[in-house]
Design a protein. Structure first.
Length: 223
């Protein structure tokens, strides 16, 4: 992995998880020390994050973490829902056998973690983001992949900043299986319906919370 990618991933995770709060200035020296990278790879990462709207570049002042709110989350969900179901429809007609195998492997990894009652939020989010990324890639549309990568990060960050609970995979695993089945059947209508259900139920659960499957898990709002 390139050093600029290391810096990008490190800062992206910190911003998404609200470890760097909205409005916070980016201290380049501190970031270089924390991420063990030089100035050039760091600035490449900062530029990428600014392009994804996670950072705001202010002339003569540097970079600042962009603002977000609960309102942003709902607006992002409206936009993201349409983009995700479109990606699912396209993927149903374009996905390769290798990509289906990757998705099946990801589901098995998720099932293993769920059965072990794994509670590491980063792992749960990583599985979910990888699924959405894989489906976007299977759509064959490069611009859609870029847009959904940006939308995913922004929507999850708005949850953290607004203190809205983040979903774990205990409920999402069955959604993943249904989505995989629809894609494997090369059925655009079922793929769209499965993705729409996966994302739409989460928005409803923000208003009408459900009891989590494990008492210690209080984080059930979908990504």
């Amino acid at each position: 992995m390139r050093l600029s990618d290391v810096a990008y991933q490190g800062l992206r995770n910190a911003i998404i998880k609200a470890e760097l709060l909205p409005g916070s200035p980016i201290d380049e020296k501190e970031c270089m020390e924390r991420l063990a990278v030089g100035r050039t790879p760091l600035r490449e990462a900062l530029q990428r994050l600014a392009q994804e709207d996670l950072l705001l570049a202010v002339p003569q002042r540097g970079y600042f973490v962009s603002s977000t709110s609960a309102t942003d989350f709902f607006q992002l969900q409206e936009f993201r829902l349409q983009a995700e179901v479109w990606a699912a429809r396209l993927a149903a007609t374009r996905i390769t056998d290798a990509q289906l195998d990757r998705l099946a492997t990801l589901i098995e990894e998720a099932r293993t973690g769920v059965e072990a009652r794994r509670m590491d939020i980063e792992w749960h989010l990583g599985i979910d983001e990888e699924m959405h990324k894989l489906i976007a890639e299977a759509s064959g549309n490069t611009y859609l992949v870029q847009a959904l990568t940006r939308l995913y990060a922004l929507s999850v960050r708005s949850l953290y900043v607004s203190r809205i609970p983040v979903a774990l995979l205990f409920e999402d695993l069955s959604d993943m299986v249904v989505i995989h089945q629809a894609l494997a059947s090369r059925d655009p209508d079922n793929a769209e319906a499965a993705m729409r259900a996966h994302l739409s139920v989460g928005a409803t659960s923000l208003i009408r919370p459900v009891e989590p499957p494990f008492r210690e898990n209080r984080m059930e709002t979908r990504k």
